[in-house]
Design a protein around this ligand. Structure first.
Ligand code: SF4
Ligand code: SF4
Length: 229
């Protein structure tokens, strides 16, 4: 898997992790036992400007990082298939084409990321990493190529922080601490979040349903922003 990690790093990945997914139902992982989770960091200056809501630049960055991730996923899947393995690239999540009935995907990238040891689910229901906070975008490749899987992260490291609750204009986060297996609805009212994100994105004329205020407010993200100055 060193070649896979090198390829992802060469293509711009900020974080790469390997997960054993066999504890998850087969149907959500295409019957494949392992997951490769990788993240692209969102530009720190652009995130810093999202403190009061989404911007046109943030929407552009959302598209840029999603395009990067999709290219990276395809390149990794192609490499693995050329070596005789099965591999399925799961594209980055986009608000365009999102299932509006559930606002979720069959196998969320952030679930694979926690299994790959990259971080935990915060009180805002996003993946939080020590290196970038939640200022990342994620994608996944599922495979049968054996990986050296990381120790999964099973518990929140949010502690008594409430920064994302305090900043949210619609009180979407419930404040409950995540642990592996806790359903999203106990942590976040995803429909309230989506309504607010749609309204705020509409105010600045962007087509993606994005907000970003809780991303910019998270102390782990703030640390990334400060270190990038
Ligand atoms: S994205 Fe915006 S609306 Fe949704 S939880 Fe975060 S701050 Fe609240
Ligand atoms: S702002 Fe605080 S509570 Fe919210 S995800 Fe970040 S660390 Fe967790």
């Amino acid at each position: 898997m060193e070649r896979v990690e090198q390829l992802l790093r060469d293509m711009g990945a900020a974080l790469v992790g390997f997960a054993d997914l066999r504890a998850l139902p087969e149907e959500v992982r295409h019957g494949l036992p392992y997951g490769i989770s990788f993240a692209v960091a969102v530009d720190a200056e652009i995130v810093a400007d999202v403190i009061d809501g989404p911007t046109v630049e943030y929407a552009g960055e959302y598209e840029r990082t999603n395009d990067m991730l999709d290219q990276m996923g395809e390149a990794v899947a192609e490499m693995l298939r050329a070596e005789g393995h099965q591999a399925v690239a799961v594209p980055a999540t986009s608000s365009v084409g999102l299932d509006l009935r559930t606002l979720s995907s069959v196998l969320p990238h952030k679930t694979v990321a926690t299994r790959a040891g990259l971080g935990w689910i915060g009180k805002c229901a996003l993946l939080i990493t020590e290196e970038y906070g939640s200022a990342i975008r994620l994608a996944t490749v599922l495979t049968d190529a054996e990986v050296c899987a990381a120790e999964p992260v099973d518990e929140s490291r949010c502690g008594d922080c409430t920064a994302c609750l305090d900043v949210c204009p619609t009180d979407a986060p419930t404040g409950e601490l995540w642990e592996a297996g806790v359903p999203r609805e106990r942590i976040l009212d995803a429909f309230a979040c989506m309504r607010m994100a749609k309204e705020m994105a509409g105010r600045v004329g962007v087509r993606h349903i994005i907000c970003g205020m809780c991303i910019a407010a998270c102390p782990w993200t703030r640390r990334y922003l400060e270190c990038s100055r």
